[in-house]
Structure formats: structure tokens, C-alpha cells
Design a protein around this ligand. Structure first.
Ligand code: B12
Ligand code: SF4
Ligand code: SF4
Length: 242
């Protein structure tokens, strides 16, 4: 086993020590050349990382991709308040701690990338596929081998070139499935058989305009209201259910 294979193994093992986490390594060039970057070359999607708000570490060729389990029983992980979701806050903290750990333990520089592509993040579903963690399903969601679509993703840039995973060929949950994910959509985002963003976005905007009671109270005793983003395509999918 080469030194870099060993390092990749140790990074993945460090992440997977955490309950509800899986990880893999993706090659940066594969992700930047992937279907999501190809789909968008203008408008609000940035494809040129030299212009990113967060500059990337130079000569970083690998991404450590994290998938965190977001089970139906923990809806609060997806609730949006004070500009973020609890799940995202948790992943930011874990990816920053990992970047520090990688440098301190292995002397390799690493950078926790932001969530948003326009702020210097990457398209995370492509990254997770190229890391070998799963596939993109007919719901347009990434389906993790273990937890199906009920994961949230994040990436840490590594200033090294580590052996990457491969899109899995033996995991094809959509084959033979009667596509309940598309049926479940309240706004017909899959009317053509493929995901179409505008109706989905409209639905999520209406979620934002109609916050729900989180069951918690603020210091003045008033209920804390949160946005409960639609997850019907996510919940309808049988992939990853035990
Ligand atoms: C902007 C955004 C949105 C926008 C626009 C979504 C869109 N798809 O256009 C809105 C607000 C509408 C939205 C909605 C949702 N989102 Co969103 N979103 C993002 C964000 C920030 C960027 C996505 C994007 O712009 N993609 C670019 C467009 C062009 O591509 P796309 O529609 O995603 O389709 C591409 C892929 O499917 C890919 N693909 C398809 N087949 C294959 C095959 C291979 C081999 C590969 C490599 C790639 C690939 O190519 C397609 C383009 O051709 C990502 C986080 C990130 N940094 O990546 C989260 C993200 C994709 N969203 C996420 C989630 C959960 C949701 C929602 C369920 C809402 C919610 N509860 O959070 C819905 C799901 C809608 C759906 N069925 O796709 C998760 C997905 C997790 C997962 N398991 O896949 C992500 C990764 C964020 C996270 N927290 O981890 N989202
Ligand atoms: S519900 Fe079926 S078709 Fe839809 S993403 Fe899940 S496995 Fe694929
Ligand atoms: S998140 Fe909701 S509105 Fe958007 S595609 Fe999925 S089911 Fe449809």
C-alpha cells in the first residue's frame, strides 16, 4: 500500500468514527468536470473557482467528501433558522475540525469548503458520487449506499493527491423501482420525468413564508419559528431503509 493510500484510509476512518457519518475521496478535476458544472455555465452558478469568494488552497487535488445521516426521526437537522440549518452548522464544525486535525496529525494542509458553490463550495452530489459513496437517483438526489437520500453532504479540500473512490456500479436502487419520489412531489417538479427546478423552488419559498413552531421558546417565552423545507421526494424513497 502506498503512503497516499494509507493517508486516504486514515482520513476516511477518522470521519467514520463519528456516529452517522460516511466518507470517501474524490478527485477535484473529476468533480469540476462533472455533470453539474457542465449543466451550468452562466447565471447564478459559478464555474470559475479563481473568482470564488473563498480562495482555494493551491495544488489541492483531492476532496474528502462527508455524508451525514439525516434520518426522518430528526427533522430538526433540516430546520432553517438564523440563516442556516442545524445540520449545516454541525457539518461546518466537523469539517473545520477535520481540516485542523489533518494538518496537525499528518502535516497535510486541508480546507473546509463552504456549502454554497458561489462562495467557493463544490457541487456536492457529484463529489459524493465520484467519492464512491453512492449514485444520483431519479429524485435528482444523491442516494447513499447506506442511508439512501437521507444524508447531507460537505467537502474538505486536501492539498495532496489521494486515490479516489469510483462511482459504484453494483448499487442501482432506481432499477425496477416504481419511482415514488417523483409521485410524492406536491408541485410536479418531475412532470417531464426529470427534475425541473422552478416548481421546487416555488414550493420551498412557500415553506419559508410559512414557518412552523419548533416547539422551543426564546428567552422571552415566545415560540421559535423555523422553516421546515420540503423533503417529500427524500422521504418517499425506499433506498437505504433498513
Ligand atoms: C442550489 C440548491 C438547491 C436549489 C436548486 C436545486 C437544483 N437541483 O437545481 C433548491 C433550493 C431548489 C434546492 C432544493 C432541494 N435541495 Co438543494 N442544494 C442546492 C445546492 C446548494 C447546489 C445544487 C445545484 O445548484 N446543483 C446544480 C444543478 C444544475 O444541478 P442539479 O439539479 O443538482 O442536477 C445535477 C445532479 O443531479 C448531477 N447528476 C445527475 N446524474 C448524475 C450522475 C453522475 C454520475 C454524477 C456524477 C452527477 C449526476 O447532474 C445534474 C445536472 O446535469 C446543493 C449543495 C451543493 N453545494 O451542492 C444543495 C443540495 C443538492 N440540496 C439538498 C437537498 C436535501 C434539497 C431538498 C430536498 C430541500 C431540502 N429539504 O433541503 C430539495 C431537493 C430537490 C431535488 N429533488 O433535487 C442536498 C441533497 C442531499 C442529497 N441526498 O442529495 C444538498 C447536497 C445540500 C446538503 N444539505 O447536503 N436545492
Ligand atoms: S424512489 Fe426509487 S426511483 Fe426514486 S430515487 Fe428512490 S430508488 Fe430511485
Ligand atoms: S423538495 Fe419537495 S417540491 Fe422539491 S422536488 Fe422534492 S418533493 Fe418536489
Amino acid at each position: 500500500m502506498t503512503e497516499n493510500h494509507q493517508l486516504a484510509k486514515e482520513l476516511i476512518a477518522e470521519v467514520e468514527k463519528l456516529d452517522g457519518f460516511r466518507a470517501g475521496i474524490a478527485n477535484v478535476d473529476d468533480v469540476l468536470d462533472g455533470p453539474s458544472y457542465k449543466a451550468k455555465t452562466e447565471g447564478d452558478w459559478k464555474t470559475d473557482h479563481s473568482e470564488s469568494v473563498t480562495p482555494w488552497l493551491p495544488n489541492a487535488h483531492s476532496l474528502l467528501v462527508l455524508a451525514m445521516h439525516h434520518p426522518k426521526e430528526d427533522p430538526w437537522l433540516d430546520w432553517f433558522d438564523r440563516g442556516n440549518t442545524e445540520g449545516n452548522r454541525k457539518m461546518t464544525k466537523i469539517s473545520e475540525d477535520l481540516a485542523t486535525w489533518i494538518y496537525e496529525t499528518h502535516g497535510v494542509r486541508a480546507q473546509a469548503l463552504p456549502y454554497h458553490v458561489e462562495k467557493g463550495g463544490v457541487y456536492l452530489k457529484d463529489a459524493a458520487v465520484f467519492a464512491g459513496l453512492g449514485v444520483v437517483g431519479k429524485s435528482n438526489l444523491f442516494l447513499d449506499r447506506k442511508w439512501g437520500p437521507r444524508v447531507r453532504l460537505r467537502a474538505v479540500l486536501i492539498q495532496d493527491s489521494l486515490p479516489a473512490g469510483r462511482p459504484p456500479e453494483d448499487f442501482q436502487p432506481c432499477q425496477g423501482c416504481d419511482i415514488p419520489c417523483q409521485e410524492a412531489c406536491p408541485d410536479d417538479a418531475f412532470a417531464t420525468g426529470q427534475y425541473y427546478r422552478p416548481p421546487c423552488l416555488e414550493h420551498l419559498n412557500s415553506n419559508r413564508d410559512n414557518p412552523i413552531d419548533s416547539g422551543q421558546k426564546n428567552s422571552e417565552g415566545s415560540p421559535i419559528l423555523v422553516t421546515d423545507w420540503c423533503r417529500r421526494c427524500d422521504f418517499a424513497c425506499p433506498a437505504g431503509e433498513q
